[in-house]
Design a protein around this ligand. Structure first.
Ligand SMILES: [Zn+2]
Length: 324
């Protein structure tokens, strides 16, 4: 069913509505976006592990590819290329996974972000299929936590085909500052054009569930042991989600960390996808320092599938150590 839905939609879609301004800062970015293809879908659609009595499932929403130039606006092409090449990355493209965490704790089934839907990037929007492949029922999701309002996180709130809610029985939680930023009725007048398509998509998706959204502040408990914490900079009100169970801690970082080498080893590099680069870098350093000191397990939305790992202090910065 989802295959036919996808093919119907594909006929009506032109180039993906990719973040024009935010991702076209690099030379040749437009051509790169159209030519690029994400790697084949992750071999497994779901990766499961336990944290105390909580059951964590990472589901794939597919992937997306941006130009590598989006990884840093404040270093030279030569420096960026040399770093990426020496770390085994492609110097031209930045392939990102889309790893979505689902947490079962007691009676609660908490989904953190909803994926990109089918209108953002051609190889994204697979979350509903991943639920099916893992034998999970979207109707049983009780809470959807939204880390921020970017397309690859909120454009999966509603089904692009029939505009129904993908998680019809869930309540929603989002940072109040983040909600207010994207839902501003004067958004188009108040913000640069490169954000307009993002905002229109956010308003379409978030608007559809507006009565079900609880706008929250820092350190809000979704349920006992699942807490939203402020990690601003990538977007104005970006939040991460801390899960504590059995004396262990897991931090779902959203887009506070986006790349396994750059985010950890060059936290002060400024990706063009960060809306407030200085604040994002400060948040990154604080988060990584805490993660390394406390031995936090991390889930990164865009880190290589399944995006589970830890931060280790190294040479005044950090290193990503994948787990699982
Ligand atoms: Zn993202």
């Amino acid at each position: 069913m989802s295959v036919s839905r996808r093919s119907i939609l594909a006929g009506g879609l032109s180039a993906p509505l990719v973040a024009r301004g935010l991702v076209t800062a690099g030379a040749g970015a437009g051509a790169g976006l159209l030519a690029a293809r994400t790697p084949a879908r992750a071999a497994e659609a779901a990766h499961q592990f336990s944290l105390g009595d909580s059951e964590i499932t990472i589901l794939t929403d597919g992937g997306l590819v941006l130009p590598a130039s989006t990884l840093a606006s404040n270093v030279s092409d030569e420096e960026r290329n040399a770093f990426l090449t020496s770390h085994g990355h492609d110097a031209e493209t930045r392939a990102s996974a889309l790893n979505i965490a689902l947490v079962r704790k007691g009676d609660a089934l908490v989904l953190i972000d909803t994926g990109a839907g089918l209108n953002f990037f051609q190889d994204a929007g697979l979350l509903a299929d991943s639920f099916d492949a893992a034998g999970l029922d979207r109707d049983s999701v009780t809470h959807v936590v939204l880390t921020h309002g970017h397309p690859d996180h909120v454009w999966g709130v509603i089904d692009d085909f029939d505009e129904s809610e993908r998680f019809p029985n869930a309540s929603y939680l989002m940072g109040a500052a983040e909600w207010d930023f994207w839902m501003n009725p004067d958004f188009l007048a108040d913000n640069p054009e490169e954000l307009h398509s993002f905002a229109l998509g956010a308003q379409r998706n978030l608007g559809a569930v507006a009565e079900k959204v609880e706008r929250v502040g820092a350190d809000h408990a979704v349920v006992s042991g699942i807490t939203m914490i402020e990690t601003p900079g990538h977007t104005p009100g970006h939040m991460s989600v801390l899960i504590e169970d059995g004396g262990q801690q897991l931090l779902v970082t959203g887009d506070a960390l986006t790349h396994p080498s750059v985010s950890f080893e060059k936290p002060d590099w400024q990706p063009t996808t960060d809306q407030n680069p200085e604040l994002a870098a400060k948040t990154r350093r604080t988060l990584l320092d805490r993660a390394a000191s406390d031995g936090l397990l991390l889930v990164g939305y865009h880190l290589p599938w399944p995006g589970v790992g830890r931060a280790e202090a190294k040479d005044g910065a950090w290193r990503y150590v994948a787990e699982g």
